[in-house]
Write a protein that binds this ligand. Structure first.
Ligand code: C5P
Ligand code: C5P
Ligand code: ZN
Length: 470
């Protein structure tokens, strides 16, 4: 019984024992798709173990937040998808108040704690190979009452990994693949090599092709009219009656025809084979969900969850994860429409406003024009649009409160391959202005006092320069 990730078996067993000994558990988790699915895996597991529990969500974890959590009075607090970077504060407030169990995949600080499950402690890449939900799944498997009983939760773990953008060249790798296998075995997951465009379950074909790709194809990307012409020129049924079909509505042979035509189009536009390869990738299908719904596709499911939790409605996302297909599900779809509109308005704002280019980074300050909880997603989407190059990290600022500013930083795998580590950049720059920061090499964030942006950027520049030279 070594579980899906043998390297983590000992740590998982120790954490499981701490949880089993609890009278009551507070699950504290992060407000994004990975945090929500982590909380869902944790609560479903605790329910099966018949351990009383409640859940709280936080944008990020700071001293004040941990203090409030300790005041809830549970003897055990299970932190998921954050905590490893906040061990100092956790230790400080835990003392005699509660037993902390930290299940996370973010960069840990150098503090010892008894119950700590994190892939990075065992040499597994927490940014690409195991998510917060995946790590929580490892704990869940260590808590099941009969061998394999919690394997059905693998689907949620994979939604978390996809939400954290853990795909490498279009496919999950490392420890994540072990979880995928368990999900396939239990019949909750299916993988499929397919067009790697976002929205195959729910978007009409013209929107799917024009707005969903990472690769720019002239005449298609950002060009709905061009896309309609392209689709009408194909010898397949792309409409049913008055309306457009979606990808899932196409027959297998129509899918092949469309995919080949798209690749052909990219080739005639001179796009490199390396980029063209990226048009094809692995899809992760939740086989028990209804076809044609967001829930069927891990990628769309994760966006649905971001659309709830980043708008103060984590309760809605959690209910959907736990099986609500009624009121909470309806609400989540309304939130999703709103989220999509905000993202596209955000990217347009960045395109129109432009970014400032420094030697090492580029940045923009959205002030109140982009909500601080989604400015990181917008920054990631903006990398590569007209006027924003992919040759250096992007740093985004947005007002958080009257006297604090949210910072989000995003890079590309090419940049992290050259030594860029945004987690360190955010940590050091935030420290220099008495803020807090951290995250992953490729995506990180911080909260800083308003007015310190310039000093913050100086440290960002200095740290990036040092990383490039090391
Ligand atoms: O806190 P957490 O680890 O869940 O957040 C990861 C964040 O990093 C997500 O918002 C995700 O969109 C972002 N990310 C990214 N590009 C990557 C990896 C992660 O934008 N390649
Ligand atoms: O908020 P954003 O999506 O930009 O966060 C990117 C990553 O940085 C996430 O993994 C988040 O948990 C992490 N982060 C952090 N400390 C902060 C802000 C963000 O560790 N103060
Ligand atoms: Zn995460």
């Amino acid at each position: 019984m070594s579980g899906p990730v043998p390297e983590l078996a000992d740590r998982a067993a120790r954490c499981a024992e701490a949880v089993m000994n609890a009278d009551e558990v507070v699950v504290a988790s992060h407000i994004d798709a990975d945090g929500l699915t982590s909380a869902a895996v944790a609560t479903e597991t605790l329910k099966r173990c018949e351990i009383p529990h409640q859940v709280v969500f936080r944008k990020q974890l700071d001293g004040e937040g941990i203090k409030q959590i300790s005041e809830l009075g549970a003897d055990t607090v299970l932190f998921t998808d954050f905590g490893s970077g906040q061990l100092r504060d956790i230790k400080k407030y835990a003392k005699d108040a509660f037993t902390p169990v930290v299940v996370d995949h973010h960069q840990p600080v150098d503090v010892e704690i008894q119950y700590h499950l994190n892939p990075l402690l065992e040499g597994i890449d927490g940014a690409a190979e195991l998510s917060g939900a995946g790590t929580t799944y490892v704990l869940s498997r260590a808590l099941e009452d009969s061998e394999g009983a919690n394997k059905d939760l693998a689907a949620l773990a994979i939604v978390g990994a996809i939400g954290d953008r853990q795909l490498t060249n279009g496919t999950l790798t490392g420890a994540n693949t072990a979880i995928v296998e368990e999900g396939v075995q239990t019949g909750v997951l299916k993988t499929q090599t397919d067009l790697s465009l976002y929205g195959k379950q729910t978007r009409e074909l013209p929107d799917l092709l024009a707005y969903a790709g990472d690769i720019r194809i002239p005449g298609i990307t950002g060009d709905r009219n061009g896309t309609v012409q392209f689709l009408d020129g194909l010898d397949i049924e792309v409409r049913s009656d008055e309306s457009w079909k979606r990808w899932v509505d196409l027959s297998e042979s129509s899918k092949k025809t469309l995919a080949s035509a798209l690749i052909q189009k990219a080739m005639t536009k001179g796009i490199s084979t390396q980029k063209i390869d990226q048009l094809i990738g692995e899809s992760y299908i939740l086989s028990t969900e209804q076809e044609g719904t967001e829930l069927r596709d891990a990628s769309e499911f994760s966006t649905l969850l971001n659309a709830t939790a980043r708008y103060e409605r984590a309760d809605v996302g959690l209910a959907v994860c736990l099986g609500d297909r009624d009121k909470a599900y309806e609400k989540s779809q309304r939130l999703l429409r709103n989220h999509r509109r905000n993202l596209s308005e955000g990217v347009t704002w960045v395109e129109n406003t432009g970014v400032e280019r420094e030697n090492q980074c580029q940045w923009f300050h959205a002030q109140d024009n982009i909500k601080e909880t989604i400015v990181g997603i917008v920054a990631g989407m903006a990398l590569g649009v007209e006027g924003v190059s992919r040759d250096r990290p992007i740093i985004a600022f947005a007002n958080k409160t009257d006297d604090t500013v949210k910072v989000s930083a995003r890079a590309t795998s090419e940049l992290t391959g050259k030594g860029v580590d945004l987690s360190e950049v955010m940590y050091e720059a935030a420290n220099a202005v008495e803020g807090e920061g951290g995250g992953h090499t490729i995506a990180a964030g911080a909260t800083i006092p308003s007015g310190t942006e310039e000093t913050f950027l100086d440290v960002v520049e200095r740290t990036l320069k040092r990383q490039r030279e090391e």
